[in-house]
Design a protein around this ligand. Sequence first.
Ligand code: GLC
Length: 755
Amino acid sequence: MNKKLFPSIAFGLLATIVAGGAISSCTKSAAKGSDNADIEARVEALLSQMTIDEKIGQLNQLTGVGCTPERVAEIRSGSVGSLLNEVDPDTVNALQREAVENSRLGIPLIIARDVIHGFKTIFPIPLGQAATWDASIVEEGARVAADEASSAGVRWTFSPMVDVSRDARWGRIAESFGEDPYLASKLGVAMVNGYQGDDLSKPNTMAACVKHFVGYGASEGGKDYNTTWIPEPHLRDVYLPPFKACADAGAATFMCSFNDINGMPTNADTHLMRDILRGEWGWDGVMCSDWSSIQQMVPQGYCKDLEAATEAAAKAGVDVDMMSYAYVSSLKNLVEQGKVSEKVLDDLVRNVLRLKFRLGLFENPYVDTANARRFFTESNLAAAQHAAEQSAILLKNDGGVLPLKEGVRIAVTGPMMDAKHDQNGTWCFDLEKDKTVTVLEALNDMYGEGKIVAAPGLTYSRDTNAAGIAAAVAKARTADVILFVCGEEAVLSGEAHCRTDLTLPGAQKEMLRQLKATGKPVVSVVMTGRPMAIKDVVDNSDAILYCFHPGTMGGPAIANVLSGKVNPSGHLPASMPKASAQAPLYYSHKNTGRPAEGMMLMDEVPLEAEQTSTGCTSFYMDCGDGPLFPFGYGLSYTDFNYGPVVLSSEKMDAKNGTITASCEIENTGSVKGATVAQLYIRDLVGSLCRPVKELKGYEKIELAPGEKRTVSFTLNADDLAFYNAANERVTEPGDFQLWIAADSASGEAKGFVVE
Ligand code: GLC
């Protein structure tokens, strides 16, 4: 029993007397299941007892070093509020006991970790989960992650990452839900709900942390940590919506980003954090810095020293200082000098205490060690496999080479065919790689070793030693079909892992050419953390299955898809470039005054061609325009026919009108399959140029052979709104178009008028 902290009932009574009026009417509870009135009262009661050192200690987050004497001393003195990277339940309990039993006020610690796409059971990377276009899969993955991680003592995860990512050079696109704000919003909310459940005080939940607030995906040049230039209307149209959706869903915490926006570091951006996040949106959660991001405002050239950075961050509203040691070193002095008011400090502390009450840590501070380490359960592995199956995207299938026919002899090759570590992708701190089931293992299990010949040819994705290719080609000649499992090692995407060359690394391109030269059918399975420039893979493969690092059960999932046990239904969450230099590349682009047409490509240009003879429109002479495969694209083993779009009306009132668009979809093939019906709109004329398309709805439907179903979407006036030059959200009258199609590049436009 915690002798330091008042029993929760007495505490609650005292608190109610002290701070009954502390409830702000405009705040939106940043966590479902929390009783605001009781918690706010308990926050005020506790805050009123705290010294300035104890207050600042609650804002200090340090990385785990185990239960060392130095760390114990820090905790006992009340100078640590949360720890990241402690994942042994016994260590967590030992550290927590120091806080609860041996510090003056007994305030429990929060233990945090980057649980990005699974803790022990690894799900596809978020970009792969986005390829499922299925919020229920994303929510289930987050629930599994929360159950596993909380059984190790983790109650705060730094996920979901909802940065809209439109530049495949940027390694962190792997952690994102891709290029579209609408899809990222839906799936970010699903992940928040999966982590937090219906009551954040339950011990098997985790506080979500929506990151990186904001605009990080626009890092110039696709180079991590780089500057961004984002006019506010564009920020509000593209980058803010997923964060707003997650805030409205009750996300308990946010994390600010490393980048500056137009020269203003987000860690000091009062307009972002106080005017928009807490003012306009009414959000009352905890804003955590990124790792040493407060201190980084010094090299960014915004603050002259750590004290100035501390002042800027505290005033802007960064509640928790992750690893800058800024708040513990400078904040007391700033408050005593009057440069930072005690009210500002108290508000930061209130947010942290509120989170701890919402997490139920005062009632349940310890890991239930009798029920700890709930990892790799059958149902968790099944959920991970299902997610991986649904995330696989069929990009090409010439001659119906897939699904593999019964009895075929398969040559399994390529550096990713048996990749127990790399199959899991980035951000797998707690991976147990021997639990990974690889493609080779799964195919051997499925077909029997006699039907499989295998030789990697290359030992890892960057391998340039071509000596092993000959042996792989020789084995391939003995088979009926060649499976080339290629792509990127996990380390080639994720934080700080940006690439300018988006093609297959190492000698993989050469190996594929030699495999193709055998004349055997080649099926390429691409395992990667980003949309890659795979034109050579398309040219040298009869079929392509694209699998963003699929996780622990990626092998069985891919085997089930290749064999036809599962009909692939993944759709691209990001555009696939023809060439690396097309980045950034996205479907929701502006039309320009000279949209690409009449393109004369470089090889077609005659000698001494006259200057303007090659076409004066917006394209590249060496690759034309547009993606290799468009956002939203994905094939199936069956075919779907999308009928004409039918509108409930040709007109919509700009103030409060609605319009319903319907489309009959038929499975015209011979097997059951799923397709993702996508609703896009276009505002043809706006007070600012508008994109050629914007996703405003989608529905994944499964149809039996011959089955027809009508999908319907209802748009309201606000769905057509955008932010104008004055930062006002407006729906402007005029001509619009909409599509219901299987990807962003297909379908017939249907016009309507907003009046
Ligand atoms: C990293 C990342 C952030 C992560 C944090 C803690 O630098 O930017 O996404 O949550 O530090 O590991």
